[in-house]
Design a protein around this ligand. Structure first.
Ligand SMILES: C[S@@+](CC[C@H](N)C(=O)[O-])C[C@H]1O[C@@H](n2cnc3c(N)ncnc32)[C@H](O)[C@@H]1O
Length: 367
């Protein structure tokens, strides 16, 4: 395949020059094929749940409880082995994924390091191990080693795993990040902060949308930040990158006019979500905007989809998905002091689900 053909297949933001040799590629493609092979089982599970009047009624309950939907789905699936097989394959796939992607990287280390190395890692402001919350050490998504489980985890995950597994399964998953950046209320921001920026996929869309802004990315993963720095440098961009918790960034008060995040909130427990809203309020100048995009609330989902989200979260090591998908983020934003709070689904099925809010000007004047 030529470089142009590859460039046409990998979403904008990924590096079309990165290529695995046959063995590493075959291992990751096998995991992708194994996932796709379960489609007929998924279709049967979906049909059974959708045929259940009890599951359908869940959506109309005055206060729909996800445990009730789970119980209704379990009854609908009684006697079928399909979901057990999907679960076993999911857990095995997730355990295998990072080790296989990391092994593929190691096998080609000399050539891939050229694409993966951060140009100036010392420029990343590191607030140190002491500020890393315990919940972040969890083995996220059931992968081995957690967010920083490999020296080049940012690259391994965002170039190799995305390319060979996620893009074939879901297509251009970065387009939604551009849509969220475009939904921000203004275009004239001068200081934009991306909380939980990871390897900079959303940060890149922010930099494109607000070319005049100084861009700051905050994350707890050093390996992700290093690859974010590389991603920016490859495009002639420079971002301020900080390793710190989003709920305690250490950045100056009132230094930003847009504080935003893409799929950070469902990675953290409820107390940290409250901390992140409070920190966003502190960072914003009066009149500044908050735009947080995350998973769809269960109440916005059709019963099968809500059930699947919750089942996947439980079986795929997403400990904070349920609490986030059932959280009242409008209240959280108001408690932090925000006004003009509203929420909007930008895509079908309630995703991306975006919370917008503004730091009021009056607040600043009265203090
Ligand atoms: C699902 S990734 C999303 C990354 C990025 N926003 C994107 O759009 O690709 C979530 C990121 O949040 C980071 N993270 C989790 N908890 C955090 C916290 N309390 N403070 C800062 N970053 C955090 C993880 O290290 C990870 O890079």
């Amino acid at each position: 395949m030529t470089r142009d053909e590859i460039a046409a297949r990998v979403p904008d933001g990924m590096n079309p020059d990165v290529r695995l040799h046959q063995r590493g590629r075959a291992e990751l493609e096998f995991l992708a094929a194994q996932r796709a092979a379960l489609d007929p089982l998924r279709a049967r599970v979906k049909a059974r749940i959708e045929a259940s009047p009890e599951a359908a009624a869940w959506a109309d309950a005055p206060e729909p409880r996800i445990d009730d939907l789970r119980a209704a789905a379990e009854r609908a699936l009684a006697g079928s082995a399909d979901q057990a097989v999907i679960g076993a394959a999911l857990r095995w796939g997730r355990r295998s994924l990072t080790p296989r992607a990391a092994a593929a990287f190691q096998a080609q280390r000399a050539e891939l390091a050229e694409f993966a190395e951060a140009p100036d890692p010392a420029a990343i402001l590191d607030r140190g191990e002491e500020v890393v919350p315990r919940y972040w050490r969890y083995e996220f998504h059931g992968t081995t080693g957690g967010w920083d489980g490999h020296e080049h985890m940012g690259f391994v995950h965002h170039e190799l795993v995305y390319r060979y597994l996620l893009v074939p399964a879901y297509g251009d998953i970065f387009r939604q990040r551009a849509e969220v950046a475009a939904a921000a209320p203004r275009t004239d921001y001068t200081a934009v902060c991306d909380l939980g920026c990871g390897t900079g996929q959303y940060t890149l869309k922010l930099a494109e949308r607000f070319p005049g802004a100084r861009v700051t990315g905050v994350d707890l993963s050093l390996t992700a930040l290093r690859y974010a720095q590389r991603r920016a440098a490859d495009r002639g961009l420079a971002w301020d990158l900080v390793r710190a918790p989003a709920e305690d960034t250490g950045l100056p008060t009132g230094s930003q006019d847009l504080v935003t995040s893409f799929i950070l909130l469902h990675e953290v427990p409820p107390h940290a979500i409250r901390g992140i809203f409070a920190e966003a309020f502190r960072l914003l100048r009066p009149g500044g905007d908050l735009v947080f995009s995350d998973v769809a609330p269960y109440r916005e989902r059709a019963p099968y989809q809500a059930w699947l989200d919750d089942w996947d979260a439980e079986n795929g090591n997403e400990p904070w998905w349920r609490s986030t998908a059932t959280a009242e983020l409008v209240e959280t934003a108001k408690e932090a002091g925000f006004t003009e709070v509203r929420q909007q689904a930008l895509g079908p099925g309630g995703y991306p689900w975006v919370t917008f809010a503004r730091r009021p000007v009056e607040k600043e004047e009265s203090t």
